[in-house]
Design a protein around this ligand. Structure first.
Ligand code: SF4
Ligand code: SF4
Ligand code: SF4
Length: 425
């Protein structure tokens, strides 16, 4: 297998195809701390793309309650368990080595095996990535265990959830919502596993699609995708997955005025937890330096948003600001070793970060560039024993054509209704 560069692992890794990178990469940042679990995102996707016969269990976007919830049920516990078994058989310790904080290896270096490398280590090697096919029963209840909290720690080793100790400085009982859709991975396992070469990654925006005419419904993609975001439709006998609302990304939605627009699940979020964008990609596959692009700024510069299970090796392009109140060991397993730094920066955000955090779900147009106009200092306090100040800066977002799409202040403005009609809207 060719070696490809995976910046999330801080090393090269084996992948069935050589590197070919898009000009831009469809990517998103979700702030878990703000999610209401209202499922508006799930319904926005379902009512747009998956309302037909045979798509009843297809939730291309879903929101599950961690640690017990999962769609399909226990998807991540099962995948982690398969990877764990592969490591034990190969006698490899899946550890992360601390990094040098550089952009090439921001989370350090992963010394375990990815799902591709674990498949190659099987004797004889018979598949492109390790994985499993969920049962019908596992697809049946998309929001099972909603709002079920953990009191203290899960029992060591049970379901493979957590075996180390946990520090719970914030909450003893905890759960959090995990918002999920296809990560339009840089190295998609679905694409790698497809024997028909029916899955492709678009060169213009990195969106991963299944060619419905080429697909023969072998379900190798369903088996290989570790995030379980490729789904089989029995009425057409082919597989389907999130299409990243590509007509909106192409600026073809009537509302978009010809510029890329946020997808349905992103633009409908009342919790304002979602920011979606197109990250510029350099020739070597890394994200190009573009600190005024909000997505690049959050992921690569501030490093406050982290990939989901980076150790699986697909280089997912969905990133999460982790929840502040959950056990750190659990979060490190889920988002890698960047968790402590991300939470430290989120707890005491820099002046620029606080301004950029206002851009979440603020515009239907995708924001390609932001600018900040400095405002007055409005608040000061101490966080973790250090002085911290808040400024009422103004953040301005620009669309692909450089037109102003949104302008917001850090402090929300107060509008006072006129006295004669205090309750009217
Ligand atoms: S719409 Fe937003 S707030 Fe509601 S569940 Fe989805 S991500 Fe969470
Ligand atoms: S999340 Fe799964 S379905 Fe989506 S691109 Fe990655 S491997 Fe393919
Ligand atoms: S991006 Fe579009 S197709 Fe994909 S989950 Fe969101 S709404 Fe559905």
């Amino acid at each position: 297998m060719p070696d490809v560069r995976n910046w999330q692992l801080g090393r090269t890794m084996a992948y069935p195809y050589a590197e070919h990178h898009p000009e831009h990469q469809f990517a998103f940042v979700f702030n878990i701390n703000r999610c209401l679990a209202c499922q508006t995102c799930s319904m926005a996707c379902k009512s747009t793309w998956t309302f037909s016969e045979g798509q009843e269990y297809m939730w291309w976007n879903n929101v599950e309650t961690k640690p017990y919830g999962g769609y399909p049920r226990h998807w991540d516990v099962k995948v982690l368990d398969l990877l764990d078994q592969a490591h034990r058989q190969a006698g490899v310790e899946p550890a992360w080595q601390a990094g040098t904080d550089d952009r090439e290896a921001p989370y350090g270096s992963y010394e375990g095996m990815t799902i591709f490398e674990a498949a190659a280590a099987e004797k004889p090697p018979a598949r492109r990535a390790i994985g499993y096919l969920p049962t019908e029963e596992e697809w049946r209840a998309p929001n099972i265990f909603e709002d079920v909290a953990v009191q203290g720690r899960p029992a060591a080793g049970s379901l493979g959830l957590e075996s180390g100790g946990a520090q719970l400085p914030e909450h003893i009982a905890w759960f959090f919502y995990l918002q999920r859709l296809c990560n339009h991975c840089t190295y998609p396992a679905c694409l790698a596993a497809c024997p028909r070469k029916a899955i492709y990654k678009r060169p213009e925006d990195g969106i991963v699609l299944i060619d419905q005419a080429r697909c023969r419904g072998y379900r190798k993609c369903v088996e290989a995708c570790p995030y379980k975001k490729s789904m089989y439709r029995p009425t057409t006998r082919v597989s389907e997955k999130c299409v990243a609302c590509y007509p909106r990304i192409e600026g073809k939605d009537p509302l978009s005025d010809g510029v890329p627009m946020e997808t349905r699940c992103m633009s409908s979020c009342p919790g304002k937890i979602r920011l979606q964008g197109l990250a510029p990609v350099a020739a070597d596959g890394s994200w190009a330096d573009d600190p005024q692009n909000p997505i690049t700024f959050l992921v690569r510069d501030e490093q406050v948003a982290l990939p989901l299970y980076p150790q699986l090796g697909t280089e997912p392009n969905g990133f999460y600001i982790p929840p502040r109140w959950a056990p750190r060991d659990f979060l490190r397993q889920m988002f890698g070793p960047g968790v402590d730094r991300a939470l430290e920066r989120y707890r005491a955000p820099s002046r620029e970060l606080l301004a950029v955090l206002q851009l979440f779900r603020a515009s239907q147009q995708i924001i390609f560039r932001f600018e900040i106009e400095e405002g007055p200092r409005v608040f000061e306090t101490e966080i973790d024993g250090k002085p911290w100040a808040m400024y009422n800066d103004t953040v301005i977002g620009f669309d692909q054509q450089g037109r102003e799409a949104v302008r917001l202040t850090v402090e929300e403005p107060i509008h006072q209704r006129p006295a004669p009609r205090p309750n009217s809207i």
